[in-house]
Write a protein that binds this ligand. Sequence first.
Ligand code: NAD
Length: 269
Amino acid sequence: MTNDSGSRIDGVTAGVEAAVDRLVELVRGSARVVALTGAGISTESGIPDYRGPGGVWERNAPPTLGDFRENEETRRRYWARRREGYPRMAAAAPNEGHRALAALERSGRLAAIVTQNIDGLQQKAGSDPERVIELHGTTHVVRCLACGWSWSAAEIHARLPAAGEPPVCGRCGGALRAATILFGASLPEAALGRAVAAAVSCDLMLVVGTSLVVNPAGRLPLVAKRAGARVAIVNREATPLDGVAEVVVAGEAGAVLAAVERRVDRGVG
Ligand code: NAD
């Protein structure tokens, strides 16, 4: 039986069926899958990616850490945007892609999810927070750049100063920003160490919704491959690592992951 697009797999276009079949086989044959996710897994939750059409990058290239520290105007602009943007991000709901990964984790196949995302949607979908490695930090925490103290973003947003004024640290008066990694800043060492450990110990790295152009995250599939794992990529567009992958599924993350999970965990479809 086929659906509207002539495919026998729900939500998956006819052209990518064979790749989905291969991905199902790979996941079934793996004891320890590690997922590497990027902004593309969250676009179906209404959060734009960076480099896709209409993405954040096209509209607003992010400031560097140095610029943020030194330039009051940069901080004002950042907080003006965040005042509007954070409540939308906080209200976003996980989609079937996040839910499928959480289900694969519950069934014991998925050992960890290394994410470049800052949106917290994987945890909202029910993944064990201990198994979600946030390489680029989280937007749900706000930190003082001077003393390092941190608060939940909800707490800071509930008491923002008058429009146009960036909030400052209640303890030392320092500049505040979300606990996310800016260009020019290094990655949290503990998270990077855990991500590399996950990459070298998996037998399948399942890459989802990332352009793989931001390093070091973008190199993790190579780290996994060199340690003996297979690599599978689910992404709308081609990536620089398609050539090292066992299978590339050029489809929508949500529908593809949902189909894979249904078939692997529940033997459906
Ligand atoms: P990216 O924007 O560079 O790449 C996203 C990739 O996902 C693109 O290749 C795009 O074609 C693909 N894609 C988009 N929607 C898809 C879908 N529904 N199904 C399949 N593929 C889809 O993102 P990146 O590689 O994660 O790197 C960008 C940086 O941006 C990261 O550092 C991340 O921290 C940050 N970021 C995070 C969020 C978030 O937390 N949701 C959003 C924007 C940017």
